[in-house]
Structures are given as C-alpha cells and as structure tokens.
Design a protein around this ligand. Structure first.
Ligand SMILES: [Fe+2]
Length: 383
C-alpha cells in the first residue's frame, strides 16, 4: 500500500479561463488544473500534488479520533478490473435514468431479475416523493426459503440538486419510514437492505469483501465485527457533487467512500476545526477592512457576531444562508482550507474514511466532480 496521497492545492481564482490556468500550472511544473465548480458557481482552479502521509496505525487512529478525513490511496486498484463489467453496467443504468428513462424498466431487465433471484421481489415504483429531488422510490420484499421476512425495504433514486446542468444521482438503500424510524434499532432489516444493494450493485463487494480493507478498519476501530449498512451509490457529475455537510446517524461510527470510476475533489474538515477556520477567516477579513465577495456586508457582520457555540449550532441547522454561501462559494475561505491541508483528490481505487462520531464532533465534507463526465462511487456507513 502506498503512503502517497493526492493533496489538492490552490492554483488561481475562477476568473482565469482554462488556457490561462493551464499555462500557470505548466509554468510551475504542476499537474493539469481542475476547476472547482458546483450548481452554477465556480470556486477556484486547483491542482493535485503528491504528498506523503503517515499510514502507521497509531497515526491513523489519532486522525480518526480527531474526526479527520483519512485517505487510503490505491487500496483496491487491481480488484477494479474484476468488477469492470458490473461497474460499466451500473454506469449505463445511471445514464439511462439521467436521460429520463423509466426506472422500473431499468430494474426489470433479465440481468437484474436474475441478480435479485428468489430472495428479493421488486414491488411497485412510487413517484410520490419524500422530497423534490427524489426521482423514484422502489419497494422490495425480502424472502428466505420462500418465507416473507421483510416487506418494507426500499431503494430511492434522487438527484443531488435541482440545478439543471447537474445530473448527480444517488441510489440509497434502507427501509421503513424515513425521518420517523431509528433504522439502527433493526439490525436484521439493515442487513437485508445492505444485501439488496449488493445484488443490484455487485461491485459493492469492493468494500464488503475486501479483506485488506476489513482488516485495516478492524485495526483502526479496534473492533472485531464490522458491518456496512445504510448504503448509497453515488454518481457525482460535472458541476455537481455535494455541498458541505456531515453524515452523522445514530448507530454509525463513520462512512467508507470508495471511488470506482472518475475522480472527486474533497474538502474534509473536522467540525471543531471548521468552526475555528470560519472564525479565523472572518477575523482576518475584518482586520483587512474587507468582507467576502459572496456575502453582503450585513451577512458578513451577522456571521462575525456569532460566538463559537452559536456558529456550531448554525452549521448544524443547515439553514443559515450566509454560512452556506461562505462554506461552498467563497474563494477566500476555500483557498484558506486548501492552504491548511484539507483538500484531497480521490481517484478510482482510493478510499476516503469519514469519522462521524456525533454532531458535535464529526468530519464535515464538500465534494466536487473533478472530470467532465460522471463518476461512480460507493458510500457505506460502518456499524
Ligand atoms: Fe457525505
């Protein structure tokens, strides 16, 4: 296993065109630049730089306990070839849905029906959305030896945003009544929903059947039994990705994200550090008698007025518009995060581990598509 990761460094502002950014990178002997952009806004031109990291278990445990993002580079490079057929099929399935094909027809192909076998029966597709971004919800029954053992498993396919040029999709597997049920209480159903994901996306085995990864996680978490639940298959598309968020859920310690196709740029910052970075940035701007170009002066002052506790609470609320703009769109703030070493490039075969201990202390993350085509990735919670 290599101890070299691709850190992401700032190159120049998004006002430069591609040719100028390329020339700038070339003059400095840097790699091909990537434009960080999402949902209609552009943040910065960045470049990946090979950086050595300490992969000793003690240092990984410390990083995990501090809620830092942990990159395991080139972790399953060789195994990707073995699953290339099912990865290609998953990409085609997703592209069909992006193009507006009826999801039910995508799931009733001979290949899909044989994958589901006698253990899972697909029921009706419902387009009655729990949210605006949902495309469809498909219900499944689970059987064992001909006996019905679970009747409320589901796969929900959703857009990641409503921005027209962003085709990012997610396939999420779970069960029961969303927002009402604590899914972590029913381990059996969690396992069945996880198995359903494995049937529909056999390349899930790149995480679940990966002996090296399982051993690395057991050592990291110092626990004998591991399960991968609440599974999501992601397609991060150009101009798409995920805005800064966390994935804290009861019963989960964190998330393992495996990139199978295409590349993504990540900013991963522990919650406490994120609060500190915001405060430092705002104070520095104030000292220079500056605000931030994405904020009105009123918004800037409103953020500056927040103490540490209120800022943490505003982050958790996901409803502070000024904060959302600063986190996701501000060149200055994102440049500062990159300068402080929070940026990573994740390529096929790489794994990103995200500790998610609790709202007060977890790895917040922001994801951008690094290519001009959609990538494919697995994101499983660790139980
Ligand atoms: Fe996430």
């Amino acid at each position: 296993m290599t101890n070299k990761i691709q850190a992401i460094k700032f190159l120049c502002g998004p006002d430069q065109d591609h040719v100028s950014a390329q020339a700038l990178a070339e003059n400095q002997g840097l790699a091909e630049p990537i434009l960080l952009q999402r949902r209609g806004y552009q943040v910065a031109w960045v470049v990946p730089q090979t950086t050595a990291v300490n992969q000793e278990i003690e240092s990984q445990r410390l990083a995990w306990s501090q809620q830092q993002g942990l990159v395991l580079p080139a972790f399953f490079h060789d195994e990707l070839n073995y699953y290339s057929e099912s990865i290609d099929a998953s990409l085609l399935m997703a592209f069909a849905i992006m193009d507006g094909e009826d999801p039910q027809s995508v799931f009733t192909t001979e290949v899909m029906l044989s994958r589901l076998g006698d253990d899972f029966e697909m029921l009706a597709c419902s387009e009655e959305a729990v949210d605006e971004q949902q495309i469809v919800s498909i219900d499944f029954d689970a059987y064992a030896q001909g006996e019905l053992i679970a009747d409320d498993l589901w796969l929900r396919i959703s857009w990641l945003s409503l921005f027209e040029e962003d085709s990012s999709l997610r396939f999420r597997f779970s069960f029961g009544l969303e927002f009402y049920e604590d899914v972590s209480l029913d381990v059996d159903k969690q396992r069945l929903a996880a198995q359903l994901c494995e049937r529909i996306f056999p390349e899930s085995a790149l995480i679940t059947q990966n002996t090296l990864l399982n051993e690395a996680l057991r050592q990291l978490l110092q626990q004998d039994q591991l399960e991968f639940v609440e599974r999501i298959v992601y397609l991060n598309s150009p101009k798409g990705g995920a805005q800064f968020h966390h994935d804290v859920e009861r019963g989960h310690q964190g998330v393992v994200f495996a990139q199978l196709h295409g590349r993504t740029v990540w900013l991963v910052v522990p919650k406490l550090a994120l609060v500190e970075q915001i405060q430092t940035y705002l104070a520095q701007q104030k000292a220079k008698s500056k605000s931030d170009s994405v904020l009105t002066s009123k918004e800037f002052e409103s953020l500056l007025a927040l103490d540490t506790e209120s800022l943490g609470a505003e982050l958790d609320s996901f409803s502070n518009n000024a904060l959302e703009k600063l986190l996701n769109r501000s060149l200055g703030f994102n440049q500062m995060l990159l300068a402080n070493g929070y940026g990573y490039l994740i390529a096929p075969g790489d794994i990103m581990l995200l500790p998610q201990a609790g709202e007060a202390n977890c790895a917040w993350h922001s994801v951008f598509c690094a290519d001009d085509y959609p990538g494919l990735a697995l994101s499983f919670a660790i139980r």
